[in-house]
Structures are given as structure tokens and as C-alpha cells.
Write a protein that binds this ligand. Sequence first.
Ligand SMILES: NC(=O)c1ccc[n+]([C@@H]2O[C@H](COP(=O)([O-])OP(=O)(O)OC[C@H]3O[C@@H](n4cnc5c(N)ncnc54)[C@H](O)[C@@H]3O)[C@@H](O)[C@H]2O)c1
Ligand SMILES: O=C(O)C[C@@H](O)C(=O)O
Ligand SMILES: [K+]
Ligand SMILES: [Mn+2]
Length: 354
Amino acid sequence: MKTLELAVIPGDGIGKEVVPEALRVLDAIADIHGGLKFNYTHYPWSSEYYIEHGTMMPENGLELIKGSDAIFLGAVGDPNLVPDHISLGELLLRIRREFEQVINVRPAKQLRGMVSPLSNPKNFDILIVRENSEGEYSSSGGRVHNGIDEIVVQNAVFTKRGVSRVMEYGFEIAGKRNGHLTSATKSNGIAHSMPFWDEVFKEMAASYPAIKTRSEHIDALSAFFVTRPETLDVVVASNLFGDILSDLGAAIMGSIGIAPAANINLNGKYPSMFEPVHGSAPDIYGKGIANPIGQIWTAKMMLDHLGEPEMGEILLEAIERTLESGVKTGDIGGSSTTQEVTDAIIAAMKEQTG
Ligand SMILES: NC(=O)c1ccc[n+]([C@@H]2O[C@H](COP(=O)([O-])OP(=O)(O)OC[C@H]3O[C@@H](n4cnc5c(N)ncnc54)[C@H](O)[C@@H]3O)[C@@H](O)[C@H]2O)c1
Ligand SMILES: O=C(O)C[C@@H](O)C(=O)O
Ligand SMILES: [K+]
Ligand SMILES: [Mn+2]
């Protein structure tokens, strides 16, 4: 029996609704597999936890989850309880940084049964590779003086190591896909970091002659996501550009409620973390209508990462069959509940595997 230890952090809002549903799916996967078992350890770290304890996680929090095979997280953020930069900064971003989850992989592709808001989506299949440890998300900076004299500095930090690492990942994965890599830049307006970003990209492209490369300014690239997404394969982007592009990628798929993500630790020192692109969606929380597919597709990415790609394939196929059958939540035009969608996915998996 292969036993996988998962640290489960549902977090806030709909994270608490979609994570338990995805765990039901994982249990069904374990049944189908026969030789696989998931052990879940639940951690209630969230904005409510902060109100009670004054921190987002206990002092030894990272120590507690460090030994797990993966971290499975829902969403973090409840701005009515805790300012977002504190709740995300002390939990989500802290895990990403301290566990050196330096790459964030976010697919945006057309699934069977999904209706894209694009009139002619042409079967796009994009993989966003987002730098996940530095860039515009930096704690370097500060505020001085008050009133009209107040000065705020927020530094963007780009290291040769960090930029090379994310680009290398992009080139390598493009080689396993359609061989195209697009770099998101803004070197016409940002005078230091982005020309540097372009230099590293060009330098590295020389050692990957088989990969077709393009460099596009982020503003134009955003438009291409809408006007010609089928021309994109892998897109490598800085932390902030990748964040924005991933909501755009989700939007052209048909809803942010289905978009998955993987925060990858490359050096094997710490676990990777799997959490969907979406947040805690306070506007729909508590109604049982959140789309669980983002969390469930994220579970598929986790299965791939943990060496169970066949199980991952069964799961994605079941998601597509469920969408085709019309069992959908409200964000994608249906009227099913979170649990009904999950039930349909589990039933489809069982049907596929006899
Ligand atoms: N990785 C994360 O944990 C993460 C990501 C984004 C935002 N956040 C946090 O979440 C909170 C809300 O942020 P936001 O409103 O900007 O983004 P959001 O992703 O939570 O919601 C944006 C919109 O998408 C809808 N939506 C999101 N997920 C859905 C789902 N599964 N099913 C159906 N509809 C869904 C919401 O109802 C909302 O209308 C904030 O505190 C924010 O900081 C956290
Ligand atoms: O990285 C962030 O900014 C948090 C959230 O928006 C995300 O995309 O994970
Ligand atoms: K999330
Ligand atoms: Mn985001």
C-alpha cells in the first residue's frame, strides 16, 4: 500500500466548502486504485484562527507540515476579519516562500462541456508558468513620514537565480508540449527589471534551439489571451504578471471556479502545495454553490506530481464528462450544488473504471 501524507488547509470562505469535496474525490481515487491511501492531517489555519490566536498559524506551523508529501490548500482571505496582506502574507505567501515553492503552474485550456465567453475559442491550451518567490511580491520597502509628506517604497526584486529558474522550467516544459514559449515582459515601461528579464530569456533561448520563442509586452499579451489564445503554448511570467494572466486564463476557460494551480518545490527539500487559482469568494460563501472543479482539478495536478498520472487522467476525464452532462454550478450556467457536482464526478470515475 502506498500511503501519502497530506497536510490539509481549507483556509477561509469557500475553501472550507470545496476542500472537503475534493477529499471525497481523492478517497474515491484511492478506492479505484486499490493500492493507494491518503492520510489527511487537517489544519484550521485561517482568518478566524488569526482572530483567536493573533497569528495565521502557530509558531511551529511550518515544522508541522514540513514532512508531508504535499499540502492541499483551499483559499486564504477574509478582509472583514484580517487585512488581506496579513492573511495571505502570513499563510499562503509564507508557505510559498519558506518552502521554496518557486514555480506556480497554472493551466488554462478549453475543457469539453465548458462554454468559453470567447465566441471562437479555437481549442486553446495554455500553461502559465508563474515565478512564485520574488519579483513584484517582495517585502522590501516601507513607509516613512506622514500626511502629504508620506513616502511609500515597494521594491520589485529580480534575481538571476530566480529568473533563470522559472525560465528554465518554462523551456523544459515547452519541450514536452508544443515547443512554444512566450515571455511576458514590460521592458518598454519598466526600465531595470524587465530588460534584465528579456536578457535572461534571450540568453537561455540560445541553449534551447528547438523551442520557438516570443516575447510580448504584458498589455499586448493580455489582449492575445482574448483575441488569439490558440497561438499560445507555455507562457512564462513574473509573479504579478503571472497572477493576473492566470485569472484571465481562467476567465477564457469559462470561470475562475474551475482553474487549478500547483506551487512547485523544485529542490525536494520541502513539500509542494496544491491550491486552486481562486480565492475565498466571500460573495458566495455559505450557500453551497461554489464550483468544486478548481479544487478537484488541482487534486489531479497533485496526483500527477505524486507519481499517479493515470489516476490524474481518470479524474480529468470525469470532470469533462460531468461538464458535458450539464451538472454544473451557477458560475458556469448550471443550477447544481457543490456536492452534486462532486457526486457526479465520483460517479463518472466509477463508471469509467467499471
Ligand atoms: N490563493 C488564494 O488563496 C487567493 C486567491 C485569490 C484571492 N484570495 C483572497 O480571497 C478573497 C476574495 O478575493 P477576490 O474576490 O478578489 O477573488 P475570488 O477568486 O475569491 O473571487 C472572484 C470572483 O469569482 C467567484 N468565484 C471564485 N471562486 C469560485 C468558485 N469556486 N465557484 C464559483 N465562483 C467563484 C467569486 O464568487 C467572485 O465573484 C480576498 O481575501 C483575496 O485576497 C486568495
Ligand atoms: O498570489 C496571490 O496574489 C494570491 C492569489 O491571488 C493567487 O493567485 O494565488
Ligand atoms: K486558492
Ligand atoms: Mn491570483
